[in-house]
Design a protein around this ligand. Structure first.
Ligand SMILES: Cc1cc2nc3c(=O)[nH]c(=O)nc-3n(C[C@H](O)[C@H](O)[C@H](O)COP(=O)(O)O)c2cc1C
Length: 195
């Protein structure tokens, strides 16, 4: 498969960065092709402009889609699957990735009228969450993230949808964290290998 990976983390020293590398290794070993949009690295402009807002909220229909937006849309159209990799920020993705959806999911591409987006074979979200799964479940936050990402943003734009949450990744207990993350890196590799 040809896989489009949208990666969003401000630091390359992060667990999320290492985890992406392992995932890509897995994809590579399984002979999948991939391309990566590293939103910080490419200095992606995540702020929707007034013109873009007016287009997306149907005030005006005469505003063209920006070139950097079309480029990301092209990457989707040329792929079979999409993967989002990011750390959880306030039960959401980092603002840059939220803004990516604001700008890339345009009308005529991702929603009415006449959406042209290709129905992808698979959409996978791989998240690093500081909180434990126990806490994310108790508060309903893990369900909320699934509803927003798989339900709202992907909806019927992919045939299969999945969210993997690597939980408890904060620095509270370094020894425990190290052991946990080593296991997660193996799982990230396997997710790529079995994609
Ligand atoms: C601004 C900010 C907001 C955060 N919000 C959450 C949150 O809502 N839920 C959560 O589980 N972790 C939250 N965290 C913790 C991060 O998810 C955690 O630091 C990250 O996943 C650790 O992985 P990394 O080493 O790759 O950054 C937040 C961190 C930051 C910096």
């Amino acid at each position: 498969m040809r896989v489009f990976v949208v990666y969003c983390h401000p630091s390359k020293k992060s667990f999320t960065y290492e985890m992406m590398q392992e995932f890509l290794k897995g994809l590579n070993d399984a002979n999948h092709e991939f391309i990566v949009s590293d939103l910080y690295e490419m200095n992606f402009n995540a702020e929707i402009s007034e013109n873009e807002y007016e287009r997306e909220a149907y005030y005006r229909s005469d505003i063209p889609v920006a070139e950097d937006v079309m480029e990301e849309q092209r990457k989707i159209q040329e792929s079979d699957a999409i993967v989002f990799i990011y750390p959880v920020f306030w039960t959401e993705a980092p603002a840059k990735l939220v803004g990516w959806f604001d700008r890339i999911w345009t009308s005529g591409f991702a929603y009415n009228p006449n959406p042209q987006i290709k129905i992808l074979k698979k959409a996978l979200f791989i998240l690093s969450a500081g909180k434990t799964m126990e806490s994310l479940k108790e508060t309903g936050e893990s369900d909320a993230m699934r509803i927003v990402m798989l339900g709202d943003r992907i909806r019927n734009r992919a045939l299969k949808k999945e969210m993997i949450i690597f939980d408890g990744t904060t620095h509270w207990d370094e020894a425990q964290r190290k052991e946990r993350l080593a296991g997660y890196l193996k799982n990230a590799y396997k997710s790529g290998l079995n994609f």
